[in-house]
Design a protein around this ligand. Structure first.
Ligand SMILES: [Zn+2]
Length: 311
């Protein structure tokens, strides 16, 4: 557990590996809001953290999801069962999938197989409709007097919200403000890249959502992948530049025999080039091995978008 002060804590969900998926805890007096739920097995880290802070499971009043991709929402059903006073706050387009997660489950089983899903996510438990708050754009959650504002931020997923903590002017950005792993984060230099996961990547919407984040002038943004970042203007500029590069890569790869493989190759070259231009103290091999899964998933998402624009 990492304490960022002002009642904001980072918990590592240990999802697939360390430092990949975060669950954030916002503590205001005797009330707690969680942001993200990773997967069901991560619940034990939240219970441990509450215990360390002398808080009970009754203290959890809200569980906010930035979106319903399963590295964010996979644990929601188990968390809701463990926290009897909690309401789940989720984008309007995500509500029905939290009431009945069978569609989400079938989607990942189709891609990764039942064994992987059982092992990584456990059972996706349904959530009672009357415990779910549909987070329309601008919804304000009042956590013991501390206001958390949900803002609609499409571009990564069309069911995506950011959550603004008005007390600290911090923003929980889910997957819309890029990915920075601690292994590639060196104070003034950090390797950042956008998350273009299937199936809703939309570059213009993503750029607009990044602009919305900047408009709040946050001192810190809290990435689900992974942790607190500062220098928000610089990250925003880098993301805009890379999104433009990604769009060019997609256009140049449209005629390839295997579009996903071609895009993935180019993304690997791109990220190595980024790391080199930053002169990061890590080898090309380290960058590629740490980011292989992200580059694959980003390539798949870009290929889906490529199909959409070329059909
Ligand atoms: Zn996502």
């Amino acid at each position: 557990m990492k304490n960022y002060n002002n009642g904001i804590y980072l918990l590592d969900a240990h999802y697939l590996r360390d430092n990949l998926a975060a669950v954030y805890m916002v503590v205001e007096g005797d009330s707690v809001a969680l942001v993200e739920t990773a997967n069901a097995p991560s619940l034990k880290y939240v219970l441990e953290a509450l215990d360390k802070l002398n808080l009970t499971s009754e203290a959890v009043k809200y569980i906010l999801l930035t979106h319903i991709h399963l590295d964010h929402a996979g644990g929601a059903g188990s968390y809701m069962a463990a926290f009897p006073n909690a309401k789940l706050v989720v984008h309007p387009k995500g509500v029905r999938h939290m009431i009945d997660p069978s569609y989400l489950e079938a989607g990942v089983v189709g891609v990764y197989g039942q064994e992987f899903v059982d092992q990584v996510y456990g059972k996706l438990a349904p959530i009672d409709a009357d415990r779910i708050i549909s987070a329309e754009d601008g919804l304000i959650i009042n956590l013991n007097g501390r206001e958390l504002i949900c803002r609609d931020t499409p571009g990564h997923a069309n069911h995506h919200n950011i959550i603004i903590d008005t007390k600290t002017a911090g923003i929980f950005s889910g997957d819309i403000f890029g990915v920075v792993y601690p292994e590639l984060n060196f104070k003034h230099k950090r390797l950042v890249f956008p998350a273009t996961t299937p199936v809703n990547f939309a570059p213009e919407k993503m750029i607009n959502s990044i602009g919305l984040i900047e408009s709040y002038a946050p001192e810190y943004v809290y990435l689900t992948h992974f942790g607190q970042v500062d220098n928000i203007g610089q990250i925003a500029n880098t993301l805009r530049r890379i999104i433009a590069d990604y769009v060019a890569i997609v256009r140049e790869s449209a005629e390839a025999e295997d579009v996903v493989a071609e895009i993935a190759n180019r993304l690997r070259q791109h990220i190595v080039f980024e790391a080199k231009s930053l002169d990061l103290p890590v080898s090309e091999e380290e960058v590629l091995s740490l980011l292989e899964m992200d580059m694959q998933i980003n390539a798949q998402g870009l290929a889906v978008w490529s199909k959409q624009i070329n059909s």
